[in-house]
Write a protein that binds this ligand. Structure first.
Ligand code: PGA
Length: 240
């Protein structure tokens, strides 16, 4: 795990976006697993500006949504693919058929999960996975206790995750479950970037970097990953 600390949020944004542009230029077919949530949005905006400026293109790439909440209307602004659409995909040139997400409304969720894993595998796994971090150390919807071998699956959300979801919603009907890519494919990604900004994340980042590696803090498993970059701004890194 390589820790990259930045003095300002702006430097954190610029550095992640500029490295991401490099990765896409080196491999235009880059297969990416991308999160929604608040953390990546300013980096996504910067990628939109880079595409508009002709510095990079998503035309040949593949994007897999990391997860989604269950039980929300298809057009709910808080659904993860909708957030990815709004903050990234509306601003880059990725063709529609190259965006993959999990259909949490399908009657046979088990099957949808198996198919998503098969799709990821048929593309050869992820080249680059971006992740935010939950206050409980979760990665996507891999809550504490998740097995490193877990595949895409339905998950009951932890109380902190349910509470945090309120920030994405315009109503009080908070999700209690979701479906997310399992640790197996996240940990097998050729490269993983863990993104954290703001003082709220300082304690969990200290725990991820300094405490024991444990399934109780899923993000700590990234310490065994051969190519993991942790991007923290000064606030998120202040307990290190
Ligand atoms: P956030 O969520 O980016 O909105 O802080 C991160 C997460 O829960 O993984």
């Amino acid at each position: 795990m390589n820790l990259l600390r930045f003095d300002s949020e702006q430097a954190w944004i610029q550095s992640a976006a500029s490295l991401w542009c490099d990765r896409l230029r080196t491999n235009p077919h880059l297969r990416m697993c991308l999160p929604s949530g608040h953390t990546p949005n300013k980096i996504y905006a910067e990628m939109g500006r880079s595409v508009a400026a002709g510095l990079v293109s998503f035309r040949e790439a593949q994007v897999f949504a990391l997860d989604d909440f269950g039980g929300l209307a298809p057009d709910d602004a808080g659904r993860c693919p909708n957030m990815l659409q709004r903050y990234l995909l509306d601003h880059v040139d990725l063709p529609k058929g190259r965006f993959h997400f999990i259909d949490t409304e399908a009657p046979d969720l088990e099957r949808v999960c198996r198919e998503y894993d098969a799709l990821i595998e048929s593309h050869g796994g992820f080249d680059l996975t971006l992740l935010g971090i939950g206050l409980n150390g979760h990665l996507g919807l891999n809550e504490p206790g998740s097995s490193p071998d877990s595949g895409t699956r339905r998950v009951d959300l932890h109380p902190t995750t349910i509470q945090a979801s309120a920030a994405y919603l315009t109503h009080g009907n908070l999700p209690t479950w979701g479906v997310g890519v399992g640790l197996k494919h996240l940990l097998a990604s050729r490269e993983v970037w863990l993104l954290a900004n703001g003082a709220k994340k300082a304690e969990i980042i200290r725990c991820v970097v300094k405490s024991e590696i444990s399934v109780e803090v899923p993000a700590s498993l990234l310490r065994r990953h051969p190519a993991c970059l942790v991007f923290v701004d000064s606030e998120a890194g202040k307990q290190l």
